[in-house]
Structures are given as structure tokens and as C-alpha cells.
Design a binder for this molecule. Structure first.
Ligand code: HEC
Length: 121
């Protein structure tokens, strides 16, 4: 009886383990933001980004709303939020420049990204 318990515990720890440091990066970033940034980001997300970044949109290979592991990987490879926003500004792969938000400045893209990273409606 004791063996299976430890096996489950071991599996849980080994699967949960590798994600933690990466997610910590995002949690730190999110923790540094003012609440109104998320409000601004929400407006643009709901108007533009949601079309491709909604969690339910499995047809598009985009980092999904509230998927911290997904966004952590993007953040880790781009190094900073600013770099991610610059990438969104230019466009990448199947993502059009500014995610079609023509009125978006880079700071608006940053806010929308933060909102997607946090993932609370
Ligand atoms: C037409 C679909 C579409 C829309 C609309 C869209 N995106 Fe994307 N987005 C994508 C796809 C697809 C990717 C993955 C691109 C890749 O890695 O090749 C992506 C990736 C990203 C990335 C990661 C870029 C990187 O360098 O890793 C960011 C940041 C991003 N989107 C932000 C936004 C924001 C902010 C909005 C709304 C203002 C938005 N997107 C709207 C499809 C879209």
C-alpha cells in the first residue's frame, strides 16, 4: 500500500517540477503590474486577440489565454515583455502585425499580453 502512494507522489513531483521555474518568471512579471494595465489589456484582447488566442481556439498554434506554461516559454525565449510586444507589433508566422489591432501602440500590446498571461476574465 505504501509503494503506490510514493509512486504517485514521485510522478506528481516529477511532472509538476520542470514547469515551476518558468512560471515563476511570469508570476514575478504579473506581480509588478498595476491593476489598470490588465483592464486596458482586456479591452484590446476582447476586440482583437481573442480571435486567435482564446483558450478554446485549438485550430491556431498561438500561445493561449491563461496558459502560463505556453507564455512562459515565449517569455523565456524573448527575454522581456518588451521584446514580446515588439514581436507582436511586427507579426510572427500566422500572426499578422499588431494582431490586427491597428490602433495599438506597443504599450497596448504589452497590456494585452499581460492580460493573456494572467488569464482571469
Ligand atoms: C489572426 C490570428 C491572431 C490574432 C488576431 C492575434 N494573434 Fe498573436 N499569435 C498568433 C499566432 C498564430 C501566434 C504564434 C506565432 C508563431 O509562433 O509562429 C501568435 C503569437 C503571439 C505572440 C508571441 C510572439 C512570439 O514572438 O513568440 C504574442 C506576444 C502575441 N501573439 C500577441 C498578440 C496580441 C497582443 C494580439 C491582439 C492585439 C494578438 N496576438 C492577436 C495569432 C494571432
Amino acid at each position: 500500500m505504501i509503494v503506490p502512494y510514493f509512486l504517485v507522489l514521485f510522478l506528481a513531483v516529477s511532472f509538476a517540477g520542470p514547469e515551476k521555474p518558468a512560471n515563476a518568471l511570469i508570476e514575478t512579471l504579473l506581480g509588478q503590474q498595476e491593476e489598470n494595465i490588465f483592464k486596458q489589456g482586456q479591452a484590446h484582447y476582447q476586440k482583437y486577440c481573442i480571435a486567435c488566442h482564446a483558450a478554446s481556439n485549438i485550430m491556431v498554434a498561438s500561445p493561449k489565454f491563461g496558459d502560463k506554461a505556453d507564455w512562459s516559454a515565449r517569455l523565456a525565449s524573448m527575454k522581456t515583455l518588451k521584446a514580446l510586444a515588439q514581436s507582436a507589433n511586427i507579426g510572427k508566422g500566422a500572426m499578422p502585425a499588431k494582431g490586427l489591432c491597428t490602433e495599438c501602440k506597443e504599450k497596448d500590446l504589452q497590456a494585452a499580453i499581460l492580460y493573456m498571461m494572467r488569464g482571469q476574465e
